[in-house]
Write a protein that binds this ligand. Structure first.
Ligand SMILES: [Zn+2]
Length: 219
């Protein structure tokens, strides 16, 4: 065995010694107590969050499966942060749509629809989120994923295209559908999750306040 191979083997043993207990915890469904981003980085190295998580085949190794599972779970936690924003907006008498901007596995901006609260015609959830994230360089936007509880309208989709955000994850598009196909045609990955919480938030709101909703989408 060459010194390089020996060093590599040693590294693997060390990695497994450290990650073994972590994997065991995951199996016991104690994921909530872990800092998932740190754990993923530890297991897999830096992750490019602009790429789709690799869905492993049933025959894939444990690490591949764990990688996918944890990354998928992290995606859930980002959507959950957007849902929390939507609920914050609803509690303040606004339209329940929320959004977060994620870069390198971290939330760098949050926002929700402020149309009612601020009498604003432009602060849709995604616009509010981008505004709250502040001025960013193109090199940051190109690594970002924009999460929204609802399919982005033409204005918000336009902002995402302007800043060349490469990936948009959408909670649902059953109650409203923005120009998703156009956005995809511009090279942006758009993923629709049809999340039941997002659908319920909007269905309940539209039933309760149809006039406010129509105003929001220019109907
Ligand atoms: Zn919008």
């Amino acid at each position: 065995m060459s010194p390089e191979e020996l060093a590599l083997a040693k590294k693997w043993v060390e990695t497994w010694n450290t990650t073994g207990p972590i994997l065991e915890k995951i199996r016991r469904e104690e994921l909530r107590k872990l800092d998932t981003f740190k754990t993923i980085s530890h297991l897999c190295g830096p992750i490019d969050f602009t790429q789709e998580p690799f869905r492993p085949k049933p025959t894939s190794g444990l690490v591949e499966q764990q990688k996918w599972f944890m990354k998928a779970r992290n995606m859930d936690s980002f959507l959950q942060a957007a849902i929390d924003e939507a609920k914050k907006g609803l509690a303040a008498g606004g339209i329940p749509i929320g959004s977060v901007l994620v870069c390198d596995g971290k939330i760098i901006g949050r926002g929700h629809n402020q149309r009612v609260q601020h009498g604003s015609v432009i602060h849709h959830a995604e616009m509010n989120c981008l505004e709250n994230a502040g001025r960013l360089k193109a090199s940051v936007y190109e690594k970002c994923t924009l999460y929204s509880t609802l399919s982005p309208c033409p204005m918000c989709s336009g902002a995402a295209l302007l800043y060349k955000i490469p990936r948009i994850i959408v909670g649902e598009n059953q109650t409203f559908q923005g120009p998703e196909e156009y956005v995809r045609s511009q090279g942006v990955k758009v993923e629709i999750l049809q999340n039941p919480d997002c659908i319920k938030l909007m269905r309940d709101f539209i039933a309760a306040r149809p006039e406010l909703w129509n105003e929001d989408i220019g109907v």
